[in-house]
Every structure is written in C-alpha cells, then in structure tokens.
Design a protein around this ligand. Structure first.
Ligand code: NAD
Length: 269
C-alpha cells in the first residue's frame, strides 16, 4: 500500500492530487456515507443487525410467507421518520460538486436512502434499491413513499376495467436477503474504464458488492482509494487508505480541487 508511508496530511494531499488528475471516477458507497446525515450503519455495536430475528425478517422468504408481519418490521428498520427526513451531508455534496466540475462520476451505492440523487449526482446506481419505492409483485404497478406509508401493510390499489382491485401486498424496492443485487455488470464495466475507484464508508462485508474493489485491483488495475473509519479486507491493496469521516475528508479534498481549478481564472481576471 502506497499510503502506509504517509501521515494524514500527506494522504490528503495525495487524495487531492488524484482527484485533480482523474476525469473518470467510480465511487462505491456504503452505510458509512450516510451516518453523518443521521442514518446509522447497521453493523456497528448498537446497529440494527445485532438483532438476528430482525435481520432474518429482511429476507424475500419472510416477505412471501409472512407479508403482514414483514412490513411493520421493514418500516422499523428502514422507514423511521428521522431517516425519511435525512439530508445529504458534506460528503454527498462533495460528490455532487465533483460532477458539477465536469468530471464523470458514477456512484454505485449500497445505500437505499436516495441521498446521492438529492445531492445532485445524476449517475447513481442503487445496488440494493431504494427504501422509498415499492412495486406490486403481481401487476408490477410502482408506488411511491406516500402510498407505502399510507397503511401499515401497503397493498396494490390498481383496478382493472371491470373494477376488480389487484389488492396484493407490495414488494419493497429495497433488495432483501435472498435477492440479487442490481447493476453489478454495469459496476464492473465502469470500474474497468475508471481512472480511480473511491470506496467510501463501507465495511466491505456484504457480497457480491464487497468483491468489486478486489475486481478493480486484480482484473482492471484501477487504483483504489478507501475512506473508512475502520479497516477493510482491501486496505492492503489500496493506493491510499484514509481513516476518517467521509464527509469531513471528502469535503475538504473537493474544496481544494475546486479552488485549484478556479485559481487560474481568478488570477487572469
Ligand atoms: P456497514 O454497516 O457494514 O459498514 C459501514 C462502514 O462505514 C463501517 O466500516 C463503519 O466503520 C464505517 N463508517 C461509519 N460511519 C462512517 C463515516 N462517517 N465515515 C467513514 N466511515 C464510516 O455498511 P455497508 O457495508 O454499507 O452494508 C450495510 C448494508 O445495510 C447495505 O447493504 C445497505 O443496503 C444497508 N444499509 C443502508 C443504509 C442507508 O441506506 N443509509 C444504512 C444502513 C444499512
């Protein structure tokens, strides 16, 4: 790892240099990206995934067998009022700013909170879906958050021309245990062509997404930069590892990239 020899200030300087030099950036984010917005990660000591029963209930089998019991538990995990009110933090906004500078930023997120889109990024691929959407598994009618919240167990209200209501319990858009992640092939293609891959706020413990940084190094020779509070299995292969809060690290770095770009123009004026 190149960064082993660097102190924190030198690591930040290197992060800024790489961001300045890179035009095609792939980003992989996890729950740690949104903790600074007030949404906790699930694997910390007090996290919701410490409750085995709750974790097992977030599976497609549980939804199929016990739909009436599934939805209150799903809402307890994902649709708490404080999560629904969460706003993008400095890290989300920094990624939006990078895209605003004309760089190609493709974000592959394990998060289901939709905050990257709110922050202004246009190339966001939600590998595990979005907690604010649902769909009928029978007639495929899509539903938004207001309908999901309108009853404890949301049902399909689509009505055919004979006035028969579908009435089936909805599926959340969120990918449940036992379901496939989305956009995986697209992520591999993006990683193969990227100048650098930023891995932000993820423990890299949920497969197959956790394999993507290894794929970047092994198959594509794409440099990795990891920003996380704790170590990950990929640290040893990364070009740079910064141990810190994503929002703080990224906003400082992107502000420096932005001011360096503005400087020649201001200087000429
Ligand atoms: P995780 O909980 O396994 O790991 C989060 C990592 O982020 C940890 O290593 C933690 O140390 C680190 N972290 C926490 N706050 C940080 C910060 N401010 N800066 C830097 N690092 C920080 O999360 P995961 O790997 O993303 O997997 C969790 C799964 O649960 C995902 O698949 C996701 O679908 C779901 N989830 C989503 C949300 C959300 O949408 N916001 C929140 C929790 C869980």
């Amino acid at each position: 790892m190149f960064s082993e020899s660097l102190d924190q200030a030198e690591a930040m300087t290197e992060l800024i240099r790489v961001l300045q030099d890179s035009e095609n950036i792939v980003v992989l984010t996890g729950a740690g990206m949104s903790t600074e917005s007030g949404i906790p990660d699930f694997r910390s000591d007090s996290g919701l995934w410490q409750d085995d029963e709750l974790m097992q209930a977030m599976s497609v089998n549980y939804l199929r067998y016990f739909p009436e019991r599934f939805w209150p538990k799903f809402k307890h995990v994902f649709l708490r009022p404080e999560y629904l009110q969460a706003q993008p933090n400095a890290g989300h906004l920094a990624l939006g700013l990078l895209e605003g500078m004309g760089k190609r930023i493709q974000i592959f997120t394990q998060n289901v909170d939709g905050l990257h889109g709110v922050a202004g990024n246009t190339q966001v691929f939600e590998l595990h879906g979005n907690f604010g959407l649902a769909r009928c598994p029978i007639c495929h009618t899509p539903y938004a958050l207001n309908h999901i919240l309108s009853e404890e167990v949301p049902h399909c209200v689509w009505e055919n021309q004979k006035g028969v209501v579908c009435g089936h319990v909805l599926d959340p858009d969120t990918v449940l245990f036992g379901q496939d992640v989305r956009h995986y092939g697209r992520a591999q293609l993006a990683i193969a062509n990227a100048d650098v891959m930023l891995v932000l706020g993820t423990s890299l413990t949920v497969d197959p997404v956790a394999e993507l940084p290894h794929f970047a190094i092994e198959q594509c020779h794409t440099r990795l930069i990891i920003v996380n509070m704790e170590s990950t299995y990929c640290d040893k292969w990364a070009h740079l590892v910064i141990r810190g809060k994503v929002g703080e690290v990224l906003s400082q770095a992107v502000a420096r990239v932005s001011s360096a770009r503005d400087f020649p123009q201001r200087y000429r004026a």
